[in-house]
Design a protein around this ligand. Sequence first.
Ligand code: C2E
Ligand code: MG
Ligand code: MG
Length: 898
Amino acid sequence: MRSQRGVVKQGAFQAFPGLVESIVANSGIVAACMLAALFFSLLSWGFLLGTVRAEREAGIRDSMQQALTMARAYSEQAARAINSHDLVLRQLRYGWRLSGYSLKLDSTDAATLYRDAAFSNLAIFDRDGKLVTAMKPERLRASIAGSAFFRANAEAPADRLVISRSANGSSQGNGLQFSRPLLDRDGRFDGVALLQVDADDLTVNFFLHRFTPGGVLGLSAVGGPLLVAAAEPRGPTPVKLPALSGNNGDFLAGNEGAMLAAAGWFADGRPRYLGWHRAGPYPMVAFIGLDQERAMAPFAAERKQAIAQASAATVVLFGLGAVLAGFLLRLTWRKRESQRTGETYRMATEGSSDGFFILATLYNGAGSVDDFEVIDCNQHGAAIVHQRRETLIGRRFSGLYRDDTFSRVMEVLRIAVETGSFDGELEFHPEGSDRSRWMHFKAVRSDQKLAITLRDISESKAHVAALEHRSNHDALTGLPNRHWLQWYLPQAIVRARDSRQTLALLFIDLDGFKAANDTMGHAAGDELLRHAAHRLKEAVRPHDNVIRIGGDEFVVILENNLRIEDTAIVAKRVIQAFKPKFKLIGGTAVLGTSIGISSFPSDGDDAASLLQNADVAMYSVKTSGKGSFRFFDPEFYEALRRELEYEQELRMAIESDEFVIHYQPRMDLASNRTTSMEALVRWQHPARGLLEPKDFIPLAEKTGMIVRLGELVLVKVCEQLAQWVAKEEGVVPVSVNISSRQFNETDIARIFSSAMARHNIPSHLLEIELTESSMMGGGSHVLESLSKIRDLGIKLLVDDFGTGYSSLAQLQLLDFDILKVDKAFTSRIEQTEQGKILFTAIITMAHALGMRVVAEGVETSSQLAILRTLACDEVQGYFISFPQAAASAQSLLLSPAV
Ligand code: C2E
Ligand code: MG
Ligand code: MG
């Protein structure tokens, strides 16, 4: 498990090679990002705290202002209340005097009068301080002579309102009492009118509804002491203003003011914003205290929220800083990596023969590729574009190439940008170079960059071109060759088809070249071909293509829609051009031309059939006298095709042995006995029945198949002989016809001896028939072959004598045993005397040379009779016996007719 994890970890590092080093190397980036985060968070903190502080100060100011405003309102109300109480006092004084000092304040009338009054008690004291009358006398002492306010009234120089605290006030403790002196008629002091008000009635009862919890209010004498005070919610008054203890500072000084009163000023230990205002003309100050904590609660909440926001912002900023650092690290890492890859690649490619470039893609305003900038390249790459690496880096592509090269290079670079890669060949024309170069150009896109590899392939291109030329041209004549023709002709046909034009092919075979080559030697043959090629080129128009397709065969392609007559003119010109003798280094030579012509589209619509048909036409010229031209003739072609088909059939027939041998006896005229049998081959054709030699021997001769066929016949004859020999006594020999090609091209003696050996046939049972023409022209070879045959003990017969050109003397030299006179002579012996004389002469001469004479084609009894008189040795012919299939016994073949 551990090892697996290890592998994974290693894998992860391998996925980002150099990442750790990159972080270490770029710790500055991390630090900068974090500092930026710190800076911005401090900024936001500063801003937020500043705002909060400002708002708090504004809150403080507002609170103090509010306290002051409230104190003003309160002081106004208080002044108004005092004023009305004073009025009540003065009315009381007046009523007292009017009643003749007999007013009863505790009477029902008085109670009715002051029922809803805002004071709690009214009283009158006499000049000695004794209570005279009161609304609520029970709440008053009987004498106030010792009290301060009494003294103040008694000793006052003038009639004035005296305000003092009442000892027994309201539920809230002390109340206030207002008093004025009573005066007698002489204006002397005569007592005191007193009005008491509960503390509540001067405080909470008319003001507190506007208060927030924790608020306090009250009235104080100017400079102290505290007169009345109340708090919200109601309860024991927390107020213990320091002013009351004599240390009031600014408080209660002047007409009005506001300040933060410290916690120590209040019994509940809660600081408050305190506003105060002088209560009208009275030596009294009304004050309002707002609980600091409550007043500032919205700001505290705001501050809390601001701190939360600032904290969140800090977290976000640091997060962003980390992300930014990560992003920059990744960016620098990738940049470094790509730099390193580039450097590594360049180092790796520096030694190679490839040019290497890294290009940056430059886009225009419309977002399409506009140009490229070289970011890096190796020395070799710079050299390829005829620049120095140092000057190349940073340059724009548009500045490197001339217009056409630029547009071509841009085209492939755009392809590479669009598809991701390009791989192909391109012709460059570097600035500062006078020749263009072929480059193998490979571009691969990576992000916005292209990595390009250039290889100069100019040399190999030239080499390939040379090779191509070599493979497309004949080294001897310099003409295009068959390979080239096969490439060119189909295109020429397409062009002709597209432009609805005709095209003609001249298939030219040089007559007599083979003979000249054989007799004069190959060097002269080559020289002759060069001359012939030259004459051909001269004979046609300059733009007509002359191709040597092999040996002494040439093709001329005539394009440009020539009419038949014009094609014929060209052919005639070619024939004419070959009329003069060729002067060679070693002598002179004569050549003719056989020309076959095929035309597109009439004689074929593809290269192969046009060539074949021109060849067929040429062949028809060859087989009909040479030295001229012929247009392709479908009928001739058909005949040729049939012949070829037949040839194929024959070939198959030999392979599968469709042949039988018929035997025709030869009769000795002296004994009337069969001396020999001639083996005559027949083709048992599956469709056409039994075919005679004239239907296939000439073709077999022409094609050389006669060699195989001859061997087949020999085998069949040997097998038959072996059968006969096995069955009966006195088996006569079988003569086998040997064609000239068999005789000249194979070792007949060896073939016969091995056949005889294989079938155990004695040599005296085989004879060989050769026509005169077989032996024509063959000097030592003929003699040698014949002597070898004789050495085997095989008899030699001259077949069809009289049809060839040999003389009897020649035949005698060749040491033949038997002369078979052609049936043409036999038929003539009974027709003319001349015929008989000629035949007699042949017999006489043959006998003189030691040869027996066989008359072929004896068809009548009279012929037989004449031949007997002419001392002919043997006869053969339908009159004796038709050639017949082999019977199981050879003796059965003997003709009963004789
Ligand atoms: P050939 O060797 O001169 O054979 C004699 C031909 O004359 C035979 O024709 C035979 O049937 C024919 N013949 C015989 N008696 C008479 C007659 O009284 N009147 C007439 N009009 N014709 C007669 P066939 O069998 O058609 O053979 C023709 C030729 O084919 C042969 O002439 C021979 O040259 C050649 N041939 C036949 N078999 C072979 C063979 O196995 N090998 C070779 N190379 N040639 C062969
Ligand atoms: Mg024969
Ligand atoms: Mg014959």
